[in-house]
Design a binder for this molecule. Structure first.
Ligand code: SAM
Length: 245
C-alpha cells in the first residue's frame, strides 16, 4: 500500500510539551497523532525532534537549518532563480507548489516575502515542522519570518496578488530523470504526480501579476506545450518566464 495516512506516528515516550506542540502544528492540517505505526509503506513519523516521511529504509524531511540549502544560497545556486523572478524589483512571491520549501527558502533568503501553497498534507506537515524548527534558530529567524505556509492552492486564497507566481510541479517525466535527487523520487512515490500543472499555469496567467516563473529540467518540455516569453537556463535547470494573458 502506497498511500500515506494522515497521521504522524509518535513514540509513547514523547514528552508532554512536545506532544502538545506537535498536536497544535498538525491540527490545521487535519493530521492526527498515532502511537501505532501505520502499515503503509510510507508513513509520517516524529523522530529525533522532527517529522519525517519514512519507509523503513530511508527518511525525508524538510530542513532550513542543515547544510545543503545554506550551501545553495551562499554558492551561486540562487543566481538563476533570482534572475528569473527579477528579485530586485519583485519582492512579493507566491510559491504555488511549495513541496519541501527549498526554492521558497532560497527566494526568502534573497529578501522576498514568500507565501507557500501546498495542497498535499505530507509536504505540508514536513514544511510546517521545518518552519517551526527554523524559527528557533536565531540566525534563520529573519528568513523564516518571510515564509508563510498556506495549506491549499493559490485558487482558494484571499491574499492580495503578488508580483510573481512561482511553479515547480512534479512532472511525470521527472521521475525518470537522472537529475531528480534520490530523496525527491522517494517523496514523489508517496505524494504522486501533478497531472494538472497545465491548468495551474493557465490559471496563474489569468491573475494580475508581473510574471509567472516555471522551473523545469534543462531539457524538459514546456508545461502544456505553452511557449514562455523568455527563459533563463542554468546548468541542469531552466526557468521559463510567462507573462499574464
Ligand atoms: C516538485 S514539488 C516542489 C518542490 C519545491 N519547489 C521545493 O523546492 O522543495 C511540487 C509540489 O507541489 C505541490 N502542488 C502541485 N500542484 C499544486 C497546486 N495546484 N496547489 C498546491 N500545491 C501543489 C505538490 O503536492 C508537491 O508537493
Amino acid at each position: 500500500m502506497n498511500a500515506v495516512l494522515p497521521v504522524v506516528f509518535v513514540s509513547s515516550s514523547i514528552a508532554d510539551a512536545e506532544l502538545q506542540r506537535l498536536s497544535l502544528l498538525l491540527q490545521p492540517l487535519s493530521v492526527s497523532i498515532s502511537f501505532r505505526q501505520p502499515e503503509s509503506e510510507y508513513f509520517l513519523q516524529y523522530i529525533d525532534n522532527k517529522v519525517v516521511l519514512s519507509n523503513h529504509q530511508q527518511q525525508v524531511f524538510a530542513d532550513f537549518v542543515g547544510g545543503a540549502l545554506n550551501h545553495r544560497i551562499h554558492h551561486r545556486g540562487a543566481e538563476w532563480i533570482a534572475k528569473a523572478v527579477d528579485i530586485k524589483k519583485n519582492k512579493s512571491i507566491w510559491d504555488a507548489t511549495a513541496g519541501l520549501g527549498r526554492d521558497a527558502f532560497v527566494l526568502a533568503s534573497l529578501g522576498a516575502s514568500v507565501q507557500l501553497f501546498e495542497r498535499h498534507f505530507v509536504p505540508a506537515v514536513l514544511l510546517a515542522d521545518a518552519l517551526q524548527r527554523g524559527q528557533q534558530e536565531p540566525q534563520m529567524q529573519a528568513i523564516i519570518s518571510r515564509m508563510s505556509l498556506n495549506f491549499g492552492t493559490i485558487f482558494n486564497t484571499d491574499l492580495p496578488c503578488p508580483d510573481v507566481i512561482y511553479l515547480d510541479p512534479m512532472f511525470p517525466e521527472r521521475q525518470k530523470s537522472a537529475l531528480v535527487k534520490k530523496e525527491m523520487r522517494f517523496f514523489q512515490a508517496a505524494v504522486g504526480e501533478d497531472n494538472d500543472s497545465t491548468d495551474l499555469l493557465n490559471k496563474a496567467r489569468t491573475m494580475p501579476v508581473k510574471r509567472i516563473v516555471v522551473k523545469r529540467p534543462k531539457h524538459g518540455a514546456f508545461i502544456g506545450d505553452i511557449k514562455p516569453a523568455y527563459q533563463y537556463v542554468g546548468k541542469s535547470t531552466r526557468f521559463d518566464v510567462y507573462l499574464p494573458v
